[in-house]
Design a protein around this ligand. Sequence first.
Ligand SMILES: [Zn+2]
Length: 280
Amino acid sequence: MLTAPPRLLLVHAHPDDESLWTGGTIAKYAANGAHVTLVTCTLGEEGEIIPDGLALLAAAESDQLGGYRNGELRAACAALGVVDHRYLGGIGRWRDSGMVGVPSNEHPRAFINGDFTEQAEQLLAILREVKPDVVVTYGPDGGYGHPDHIRAHEVTTVACAQADVRRVFHVVTSERATNEGVAELAAVADLPHRLPAPGELPVTPDDEITTVVPIADHLDAKLRALRAHQTQVTVWQDDSGSSCYALSNDIAQPIVGHEYYILASGRPDDAESDLFGGLG
Ligand SMILES: [Zn+2]
């Protein structure tokens, strides 16, 4: 056990990623008294908008989505128990770059267009101030290939190498849990979203996963946080407790009782089910 409250810092690319990827983990450690810092790199200005009534917020219309999503993120942080939230470089410094090959990649403030050293130094300054024991971000593929996620991984990797961080984890999606969850959803008669085709969802083979954090006791908080991101996420839940979410692509993705990580640096001992396990 750590003598002082453990300190967890997560680096995510857009508002909603904290809840989609790590919502249960954040809620669990915050509830257990850890100091949790969330760093979000952009405002998600280029996101697709699900509700018709909010369509005019889009980048190509009024370009107000980023400010709107900041409000969604604040509500999600409240649901998860995050009190220390930062934007990399301050709110509005870096803009959502959009998917690979779209014109918004060229925006002068696009995260992937920004000066890499400046971005790494912005994160390093936060790391030196907060002094987290554990840092979480995506793996080298950004989890699913989004350029901003890949950049978040790269910035975090470089900044952590210069800071005194005890463990770095990459959050991933379990292949086995996804397959089991999709099989359960396939048995639901009135699922409002389409099921993913085999291999359609980006997943990681379970033999590569080092750390499985149980979050079943914090699913309510995760679901509340996901619902806060109404421009991006639709949440479905039935009476039996089975649940899924869908993004603007309308593919049903199971919400499962664990979140999955690969230890990227630091001591592996006792880290099988606890990001801080064995850190004395
Ligand atoms: Zn994202």
